[in-house]
Write a new protein. Structure first.
Lengths: 427, 334
């Protein structure tokens, strides 16, 4: 995969009930935000717990490499994605999450930075001179004129030196997708029928003459470092949402702005990010590498759990990895107290989206892989994906209506880099 | 890219919102713009029938005129442009992963017969369709050699025909249906209230300006340590600055129509746009190649700041006047 451009700014909304009278049965804003923060704490807590299981499975794979151990690590990774994807709705409304997210879930990536790739991958691109660095095979190299000693592969090397090397976002050295690549390898099936995931052999981790593709010790070290880093990053984020944590506190400091954080996250993830960048663009480019979880062929789940996460924060309910439920007063309750028809519409649209995303998931699990859905001229796949896109766009319209109904009284202008220094800007 | 909160502006003026002249805007801005696009695209299609060689001046001129017409309406990304893959297929850019040259090289290497029918070509990746892909074929030396000239001719003609069909379809939908939906805002489910139609038009202004600042200018600027001149829009044909100016023209026209009857907002808009146009006029750097030097970079940054100043006027003066806010747009996300 290669570079993706990132839009630098977005206009986000702040809603507030300010001086407006509140319906009698409406929950307090702070109660809604408590639920929202509790769901975040539980979601990142579950993500952490399941990442620890990935860590244990990776350690077992490295200690005793085998096909079974690799399969176990892959299964643990797939499970770990379920709670994590549901937290993506927290990204766009919460700076604490947004500033951190690139470390754990950056995508797409030029995987040739990390390990060997097929010759069809190409060389360094116009956009990225490090697209084929292959640090696993390259203990010493130079980066922006500085010599880098990578003889020891450590979490610090990954996070401080390699990640976004040369200022290029596609140089993703850490997080779920780097680990995914190390567990599955490149997806070289293209739109090939049947199994569409990467097929990395377990012997890539064999620590004796069975080692395939060279540098198995360094590959194991990389996988371990990336997994350890994921655990520590999730541990940090879970703490931000605990009582007294920075993310929870920031939310509670301004309850009106907090409500807007919920809606901003819902709308930005629905429209620009998921419907646009992740689903529609890949479809229109007919490019299997545009799959969000292309190495593991898990894109259908990635989309589905993103959609579920959006619903979670509106209705104030989250099913934890152990089956217990976190629930409380919600934005839905507030909208229902103000405009019951609008609340019903919002819930209906969120359900429609889950049905549409569920169709993609169902077809994929029955063998119609997501990368085949993207194929040129594949009408069935196009209809499935566009069903999800249309539902997400449609629910965004209703999210905007919720914003309007709750009463817009401020607008927050999120700026591009050039606006980071407001003093330099002409008035 | 991680984002930073920059400024928070209290906006709500507490006054009753003004009704935007939606019908006048549809008649005076939207329909004429898409009519020009359809006409220029039809001319491009007809021209390509007889002029498909890359250097052919008639082909280049027709392509440039149609591209101009697109840029002038490229902020109107709602309704008919968003049906199917229309607007994406007309102008797939930015192309941060090099999908366009890759897709074109694939078609040419395979002499892919998909170019033979309009229906077939409509299934091709958006990266190999539209104005930007056509620019590669007529301006990039990698695609203009003698090799495969006959196939490239067919590809040029397929692209021109595809552009013309999409432009015609957009205009047809506007005339047959969408213009009335906007005029009739409050009486249909697309726009349940006049405010929703006004918000759509307001979002077109603010999103169009955001795209010009962040993408048309922000991409080539890159960072101080790593400027990216080859990320400028349509640099192969020397059109990067031209697109900034033409897109500003388009949003200015719409913004001033939205501000009708509100002389203070209109004056503030006029002044902010005037500053940006003056800076653009003095900028002797059609493809922003100067971003690699401190002085050249400064000039482009000044222009970007002037566009951002317009954005603030739009958000702080025009929005409250209309009683609408930005809402969500396709540039949200990362």
């Amino acid at each position: 995969m290669t570079v993706k451009f990132a839009a630098a700014s977005a206009l986000a909304l702040i809603v507030g009930l300010g001086g407006a009278a509140k319906a009698e049965n409406a929950p307090e804003n702070t109660a809604i935000l408590d639920t929202y923060a509790d769901i975040a704490e539980a979601g990142y807590g579950d993500s952490l717990a399941l990442a620890r299981q990935v860590q244990a499975a990776v350690e077992a794979l490295i200690a005793t490499p085998s096909a079974e151990a690799l399969t176990a690590a892959r299964s643990a990774w797939l499970a770990a994605r379920v709670p994590y994807q549901q937290t993506e709705v927290y990204r766009f409304g919460n700076p604490v999450v947004d500033d951190w997210e690139g470390k754990v879930n950056a995508w797409p990536l030029d995987e040739g930075l990390i390990d060997y790739v097929d010759s069809s991958y190409g060389g360094p691109s116009d956009e990225n001179g490090f697209a084929t660095l292959n640090v696993i095979a390259t203990p010493e190299f130079s980066l922006s004129g500085q010599a880098v000693d990578a003889t020891e592969i450590t979490p610090a090397l990954l996070s401080d030196t390699l990640h976004e090397a040369d200022g290029i976002e596609a140089n993703v050295a850490t997080g779920y997708h780097a680990i995914e690549f190390l567990l599955w390898g490149q997806d070289l099936n293209g739109h090939g029928h049947g199994h569409g995931a990467g097929a990395r052999p377990w012997t890539d981790y064999a620590q004796d003459e069975a080692c395939t593709n060279g540098n198995c010790d360094r590959r194991a070290a990389y996988l371990k470092a990336a997994t350890d880093l994921l655990v520590s990053d999730l541990d940090w984020m879970a703490a931000q949402w605990a009582e007294g944590g920075a993310a929870r506190t920031a939310l509670m400091d301004n309850p009106d702005a907090g409500l807007s954080a919920i809606l901003t996250g819902m709308g930005s993830l629905s429209y620009g990010e998921q419907a646009g960048e992740r689903m529609r663009l890949g479809l229109m480019l007919n490019d299997p590498e545009e799959e969000h979880d292309c190495f593991s062929d898990n894109t259908h789940n990635s989309h589905y759990y993103d959609g579920l996460g959006i619903r979670n924060v509106y209705v104030g309910q989250y099913v934890r990895a152990d089956g217990s439920i976190v629930a409380g007063p919600s934005l839905s309750d507030l909208v229902a107290a103000t405009d019951p028809a609008l609340d019903a519409e919002m819930k209906g649209k969120l359900a429609d989206t889950l049905i549409a995303l569920g169709r993609i998931k169902t077809a994929a699990e029955a063998g119609f892989a997501y990368d085949r859905m993207l194929e040129r001229g594949n009408a069935g796949g196009e209809a499935l994906i566009m069903g999800g896109v249309d539902a997400l766009i449609d629910q965004t319209r209703t999210i905007e209506r919720v914003v309007a109904t709750l009463g817009l009284d401020q607008i927050e202008f999120e700026g591009s880099d050039s606006l980071d220094n407001p003093g330099a800007v002409f008035q | 890219m991680r984002r930073a909160l920059v400024l928070v502006a209290a906006l709500w003026a507490g006054t009753a919102a003004a009704e935007a002249p939606v019908a006048a805007i549809v008649e005076g801005h939207v329909l004429p713009g898409f009519t020009r696009l359809a006409e220029a695209s039809a001319t491009l299609d007809a021209t390509a029938d007889d002029h498909c060689a890359p250097e052919d001046p008639a082909l280049r001129a027709a392509w440039g005129a149609a591209f101009d017409a697109w840029i002038a309406v490229s902020h109107l990304r709602f309704g008919p442009t968003e049906t199917g893959d229309r607007a994406f297929a007309l102008a797939f850019w930015p192309d941060s992963r090099g999908a366009t040259p890759k897709a074109l090289a694939g078609l040419i290497a395979a002499r892919d017969p998909v170019v033979e029918t309009a229906e077939g070509f409509a299934t091709v990746s958006i990266a190999a369709r539209g104005f930007h892909a056509l620019e590669f074929l007529i301006y990039d030396p990698a695609f203009t050699g003698d090799d495969a000239a006959a196939y490239r001719c067919a590809l040029v003609q397929a692209m021109a025909g595809d552009i013309a069909r999409i432009a015609a379809d957009i205009l047809t939908d506007w005339r047959a249906d969408y213009a009335e939906r906007m005029r009739d805002a409050g009486g249909n489910d697309t726009y349940r209230t006049p405010d929703e139609a006004a918000q759509e038009l307001f979002k077109a202004v603010s999103t169009g300006l955001q795209f010009t600042s962040d993408t048309r200018l922000g991409r080539p600027l890159g960072t101080f340590d790593k400027p990216r001149p080859t990320r400028a829009e349509a640099w192969r044909s020397g059109r990067s600055l031209r697109h900034v100016v033409m897109s500003l023209d388009g949003t200015r026209d719409l913004a001033l129509m939205l501000a009708e009857g509100h002389p203070e907002a209109a004056a503030a808009l006029d002044a902010a746009y005037g500053r940006a146009f003056a800076i653009a006029r003095d900028l002797d750097d059609p493809v922003f190649a100067g971003v690699e030097t401190p002085e050249g970079r400064f000039q482009v940054e000044i222009l970007q700041q002037a566009v951002d100043a317009i954005r603030r006027v739009v958000a702080q003066d025009l929005g409250p006047t209309l009683g609408v806010a930005a809402g969500f747009n396709a540039l949200d996300g990362d």
